[in-house]
Design a protein. Structure first.
Length: 116
C-alpha cells in the first residue's frame, strides 16, 4: 500500500502564493506518475498538473504560467507551487500517485481558499 499525505493549504489573498506538498510512504516502488487535482464545491474533480517519471509535465490551461509541479525523489515528495492565485482557484486539492500496475493512490486533500 501507498500512503499519500497533502499539506500546505490555507487562506490566501488574491495574487498571493502557496506551496502544496504531497508526501508518499509505504510501497512506493514503481510509482511512475504524480499529479495534483482539485475539486471546487458543486464541481467535478479536475486535473491541475501532472509530472511523469522522466519529468514531463502537463498543466490545465487555467493554471499554465501560474502553477509549477515538481518532485524531490529523495524525499518522495511532490510539490505544487501556486502563484498569482485567483478566487476561482479555491478548491480542495488532492494528490494522486500512479504505478506501473495501474493502481492509483489518493490523499485526503488540502483546502485552498483564495479570498480577500
Amino acid at each position: 500500500q501507498v500512503q499519500v499525505m497533502e499539506s500546505g493549504g490555507g487562506l490566501v489573498q488574491p495574487g498571493g502564493s502557496l506551496r502544496l506538498s504531497c508526501a508518499a510512504s509505504g510501497s512506493i516502488f514503481g510509482i511512475n506518475g504524480r499529479g495534483w487535482y482539485r475539486q471546487a464545491p458543486g464541481k467535478e474533480r479536475e486535473l491541475v498538473a501532472t509530472i511523469g517519471i522522466l519529468g514531463m509535465t502537463n498543466y490545465a490551461d487555467s493554471v499554465k504560467g501560474r502553477f509549477t509541479i515538481s518532485t524531490d525523489s529523495a524525499k518522495n515528495t511532490v510539490y505544487l507551487q501556486m502563484s498569482s492565485l485567483k478566487p476561482e482557484d479555491t478548491a480542495v486539492y488532492y494528490c494522486k500517485l500512479s504505478n506501473y500496475y495501474g493502481a492509483h493512490y489518493w490523499g485526503q486533500g488540502t483546502q485552498v481558499t483564495v479570498s480577500s
